[in-house]
Design a protein around this ligand. Structure first.
Ligand SMILES: [Zn+2]
Length: 270
């Protein structure tokens, strides 16, 4: 089983390509750390001026190498010895791994690049939502833009094959429409406006069936994990849905068609 999986993965791309994709993944991860800290404060993410959060010492190039600098410096600032959050190397490693997943599933394609861009946005919004209970508008707009690009590519190929484009057209409106209704009825108690916008943007990317699947995965993961967290870490009942919806969207973007096909086989007993 493990050997078979390894063989399938190796068919998509040779090992050096995987290493290259992991390395550019961790470089992107280091930029995502900047986004995570600066977006909620409304600071520019383009201006590059990396410094220690405690003493303000400007960082040298060798202190800015993703993952390795943190390990080399043993998680402490070179100037003031204050602790540097483990979140930096963790986000960098997570981005590298997600990029590798995208390559393994999609191969070296435009869809791989779109999925990698989506993973970046989901990672940033998950951390920000977990911390501030807000999803920045800019991230949802970014997802909508890459979703629109994917929708246009998919629609063109469907029309070429004389297939129905309804699933893609309905993707951004149906699930988010229902969520919008829940938002209005519950007065914002059950779901946030940012979540509704996220599912509308994700709908462009995933189509209707995909968005329904993402919502189901998100709700199941959210209830299981949040109940566990309420028990273990005595978290309040207030739930940031962003990270769980993001998990559902990410899983669906990578394996959505396989999961849907498996479920339909289960239903029909084929
Ligand atoms: Zn310092």
């Amino acid at each position: 089983m493990l050997k078979q999986t390894a063989e399938i993965i190796m068919k998509t791309a040779p090992v050096p390509v995987y290493i290259f994709v992991f390395l550019y993944g961790i470089v992107f991860g280091s930029f995502l750390n900047v986004c995570i800290y600066r977006l909620p404060k409304g600071e520019s993410i383009v201006r590059v001026n990396s410094h220690c959060m405690t003493c303000g010492k400007k960082l040298h190039w060798y202190e800015l190498i993703p993952i390795f600098s943190w390990l080399f410096l043993r998680g402490k600032c070179h100037g003031c010895r204050s602790r540097i959050s483990a979140q930096y190397p963790l986000i960098e490693a997570a981005t590298g791994l997600l990029f590798v997943f995208c390559l393994a599933v999609k191969g070296l394609t435009i869809d791989m690049l779109l999925c990698q861009a989506l993973m970046c946005a989901l990672l940033v919004l998950s951390v920000i939502d977990a911390r501030t209970k807000e999803i920045p508008n800019g991230i949802n707009i970014f997802i909508a833009v890459i979703g629109l690009i994917r929708a246009v590519i998919n629609i063109i190929s469907l029309i070429k094959n004389h297939e129905n484009v309804l699933d893609i057209v309905l993707g951004p409106v149906v699930v988010s429409g229902v969520l919008m209704l829940i938002l209005i009825i519950s007065g914002g108690g059950a779901i946030g406006g940012g979540d509704v916008k996220l599912m509308a943007a994700a709908g462009l990317f995933l189509g209707l069936k995909g968005t329904v699947l993402a919502l189901i995965i998100g709700c199941i993961a959210g209830s299981i994990i949040h109940i566990a967290l309420m028990k273990i870490r005595h978290l309040g009942r207030q739930l940031a849905m962003g990270p769980y919806l993001s998990l559902g969207i990410a899983v669906t973007a990578l394996w959505g068609s396989e999961i849907t096909a498996w479920y339909l086989r289960l239903l029909t007993g084929a």
